[in-house]
Design a protein around this ligand. Sequence first.
Ligand SMILES: [Fe+2]
Length: 416
Amino acid sequence: MDKAIATGAVKKISVDQLRQGMFVHDLNCGWMDHPFLSNQFPLESKADLEKIRKLGLHELYIDTSKGADVGADVSAVAESDVQREISAQLEAIAREAETPTAKEAREQEFARAKKLHTEANQIVQHMVHDIRLGRQIETEKLEPLVENMVDSIFRSPDALLPLARLKDHDHYTFQHSVSVCALMIAFARGMKLERPIIKEIAMGALLHDVGKAKVPDEILNKPAKLTDAEFSKMKSHVVQSIIILQNTPGISQIMLDVAGQHHERHDGTGYPNRLKGNEISLYGKMGAIVDVYDALTSERVYKKGMPPTEALGKLLEWSAHHFDPDMVKLYIKSIGIYPTGSLVRLESGKLGIVLEQNPEHLMQPNLMVIYNARGEHYIKPENLDLAKSGCQDRIVGYEAFDTWQIDPERWLNPGL
Ligand SMILES: [Fe+2]
């Protein structure tokens, strides 16, 4: 645990209490919702303070061991208390899990999913290239891909989802679109929406960021804080997506909703239209949740990817303002509290990778146990289904791959 957190130095404060001289520990919003390079920095200038105030945040975290504190008369909550509360909420959601949906074995699906994932990234890459050249999107080329992705997730979501999480730094934008598409299918499947609707949602997800083709790479990949003009340009990708899609034959209202509303926020602080609550369609709400989740869990050149369970906790925390709380709960139930591909720590001190969800026991997924954290060494990989009767071990928390220098690619995409 971070020393600052352990000593209670990290506090959640309201944005009105933020002052110059404080150290921002976490802006408490998705990275596409602010222009700063990192979520952590000393707040030195008045201009940055103003910038943060204009973002529409309600609360954020400061680290009082690195900067000024709030006055003694101000009530602030220690981050450790927030995290305890969030963990309890996540577990309560997991316990409400419903009956399982029929699925085939993950192993049978894995080879197909792997091929599909490579193909999807290539198709999206070509599509972005075509848009940059001013060509029209050929939706008929995307339809079989979307169909195959829906089929794959319906056979076994545990094959494609962890693959989609892996991204390389050079191709983030395309890979993010493919990943959002896969996650949206899983979300819609969890909500028991009808297949034709799910296909439209998936197509909208695949196309949600096409407007980024109109944003210069220097801004998309800038390794520093964006200027006001650059941040506006970055945000304009949503309007650009809408324009492109309105001029594309075969685009439905559902697809437009996913793409055009994925940056709207439940409290009306999002963009481009500052829509609020139920002014945002079901599909826009889903898009916002999945887009932020995928961005949080993805590794970028200048930021580490967050463990999936931690990202789900953030969504839950932010659902106080930014997301529809009921939708966040449905999302967590759809992908599990320890999503497939997560690294978890067991009571026995072993570390395991989540291979497969047991939908009726979200706290007890099927694992591949690979590491002994107490002895700090690898062990012979072994399958462990925590939901099987007689299994003595249980998950006590999630871990970051980085902490243990375990390469996620090796386990999530074997045979690369
Ligand atoms: Fe976006």
